[in-house]
Design a protein around this ligand. Structure first.
Ligand code: EPU
Length: 348
């Protein structure tokens, strides 16, 4: 395995933002990962792991060692009539979803075409069209950065929430996820609650809906709205959908009767950030090299030559308008990296 220095990360993040890694390596196996860990530890370097680079905003160069995760492999075990699928952290998420469907291991169809790697999936508890990773999650294996110990973490350890987990909060000793095990089903278990998905499938008529048709419909819906990162660099949703208390939702609904809202079990209400941003007039707007996608207001796009600072400045303007108009705080969804080199738009 080679350790390289001063490496461009532009090709390793789907926003195509320019930033450099002080040091960089690609790991294909657990022993290589352990070698990288020791190499960094001996030099007192912080370690940053990059999977597919589809949920990061690089706002500056990254110090220490950047490890590109490329551990692959898919294994299965039968348990209680289910299939436990264990996939290496470096596997591509969508390829895993397609592979499972081809083998009649059901349960991931709604999560088709989400960009990124398997190892990144638990970090933000990926979710789409009514299913979250947490609902299929069995366990994960990880390497503890300080000690090199391999640990297995279950759902309670991961503390999954909406686009959230313990890994976003540094609550554990820092770890690197090396594999993820999912519990999938031998018999189709269709999840058709998401209104938009239910709508397109209803056109097919009852009885004709299968895991394959759900997979195809999700792919079609995503392709219609979400820009292909290889053509229009982006990181999916740039903000989380805000959750507000019931009273506030009722008062906003009186002012904005067409505001979509989804009650969640704890009595609070989730509001689509895309609608708030759209309503503030940001959809399709461009500021220099970056802008808001014209078919999905939650997605910010690098039109070419944009830098992380510009994107964060754009997102700050959007958040400010949403705050002023609705009194709602938007929270960034992707992880910001290289921030130690970043001083913020206000200081310029
Ligand atoms: N809407 C607008 N304007 C827009 C886009 C959407 O008003 O430009 C409204 C729609 O009419 C709809 C609502 O916003 O009522 C929700 O839109 P959509 O169904 O497209 O979903 P979303 O809330 O924008 C979330 C996830 C996506 C996921 C989709 C489908 C988050 C932050 N985003 O988006 O996840 O694919 O639902 O399940 O939860 C991601 O995390 O990167 C991501 C793309």
């Amino acid at each position: 395995m080679q350790f390289l220095s001063d490496v461009s990360l532009e090709a390793f993040n789907t926003l195509a933002l320019p930033a450099r890694a002080a040091n960089f390596c690609t790991v294909h196996t657990l022993p290589e990962l352990e070698q990288a860990r020791r190499h960094a530890q001996a030099r007192d370097w912080p370690v940053t792991v990059l999977g597919g680079g589809s949920n990061v905003v690089l706002v500056g160069d990254v110090s220490g060692l950047v490890v590109r995760m490329a551990i692959t492999g898919i294994e299965t075990v039968e348990e209680d009539g289910d299939v436990l699928v264990r996939a290496g952290a470096g596997e591509n998420w969508h390829s895993l979803v397609a592979h499972c469907l081809e083998n009649d291991w059901y349960g991931l169809e709604n999560l088709a075409l989400i960009p990124g790697s398997v190892g990144a999936a638990p970090i933000q508890n990926i979710g789409a069209y009514g299913v979250e990773l947490a609902e299929r999650f069995e366990s994960l294996e990880a390497l503890v950065l300080d000690t090199g110990e391999c640990v297995t973490l279950g759902p309670e350890d991961c503390r999954f929430g909406y686009r959230d987990s313990v890994f976003k909060h540094g609550a554990l000793p820092p770890v690197i996820i090396t594999s993820v095990t999912l519990r999938l089903f031998r018999q189709p278990r269709l999840c058709l609650d998401y209104p938009e998905l239910a709508g397109v499938l209803a056109e097919r008529g009852p009885g004709s809906v299968s895991p394959r048709t759900v997979f195809d419909a999700v792919c079609r819906l995503r392709r219609q709205k979400l820009p292909d990162p290889s053509l229009r660099p982006n990181a999916g949703s740039f903000f989380k959908n805000p959750v507000i208390d019931g009273a506030r939702a009722r008062s906003l609904a009186r002012r904005f009767p067409d505001m979509p809202r989804y009650a969640i079990p704890d009595g609070r209400v989730k509001v689509p950030a895309a609608w708030l941003i759209d309503r503030c007039g940001w959809k399709g707007r461009r500021l220099g090299a970056v802008g808001v996608h014209d078919r999905q207001a939650l997605v910010l796009v690098n039109f070419g030559g944009g830098v992380g600072k510009e994107l964060l400045a754009l997102s700050a303007q959007i958040a400010e308008d949403v705050r002023r108009c609705f009194g709602i705080e938007l929270e960034l969804e992707p992880t910001v990296l290289g921030a130690e080199a970043y001083t913020g738009p206000e200081s310029e």
